[in-house]
Design a protein around this ligand. Sequence first.
Ligand code: SAM
Length: 243
Amino acid sequence: THFGYKTVAENDKASMVADVFHSVAAKYDVMNDLMSFGVHRLWKRQTIASSGVRKGHHVLDLAGGTGDLTAKFSQLVGDTGQVVLGDINSSMLKVGREKLHNLGLVGNIDYVQMNAEMLPFPDNSFDVITIAFGLRNVTDKDKALRSMYRILKPGGRLLVLEFSKPEHEILSKAYDFYSFNLLPTMGKVVANDSESYQYLAESIRMHPDQETLKAMMEEAGFEQTTYQNLTGGIVALHRGFKY
Ligand code: SAM
């Protein structure tokens, strides 16, 4: 199979990520608000502001899940533009599609199941690609970044919104306590699923820090790469261009 070259550990990760998101899909939006105290809305707003998306653009919201960014992009690109909400997980896509339909957002959004590591589009297809809280779940991040680079149009940009490394030690300690103790407990109480939220905490700790991710983007071909720390570096917004 096309998975034949992967190691057992890699297959484990992919199927664990699938289990996690099938399990949390229905409660995903509620948990997001609860766990981030609503702050994920600000992080996403900042992402939109840095995206440069305008009328007529083709946008890919990769690992788009329940479609918060897609909703905003759909309004920005208008009738002449197109937004693709791409996600590997059918449960997340289903919740996203229902939510955006209920908001009356129809006509310029496609919902496509896809793996970030092998994006099913021709070269030079998109003006903007975003991946919000998605990259850390991807098994081969370098491969995924190269795939994103390939399908961006020259002049296009990638935005990666992701958990990162807090700038100060005190914040870092408080945040570790929060993510390894409080977060799984909240997952247990609200979603009856502490394991998924344990995975979340571990995946956040394992994810590359600001400078490492910046270097990975450059390695994949991106230029003028920069990042902006949000909430003291708990989250970082990376940006890079294809020329
Ligand atoms: N972008 C949304 C947001 O910010 O609310 C959803 C983020 S959610 C934490 C992560 C999403 O990444 C899930 O919907 C999951 O299915 C998706 N995902 C995980 N691995 C993926 C992969 N290899 N390719 C595409 N999507 C993936």
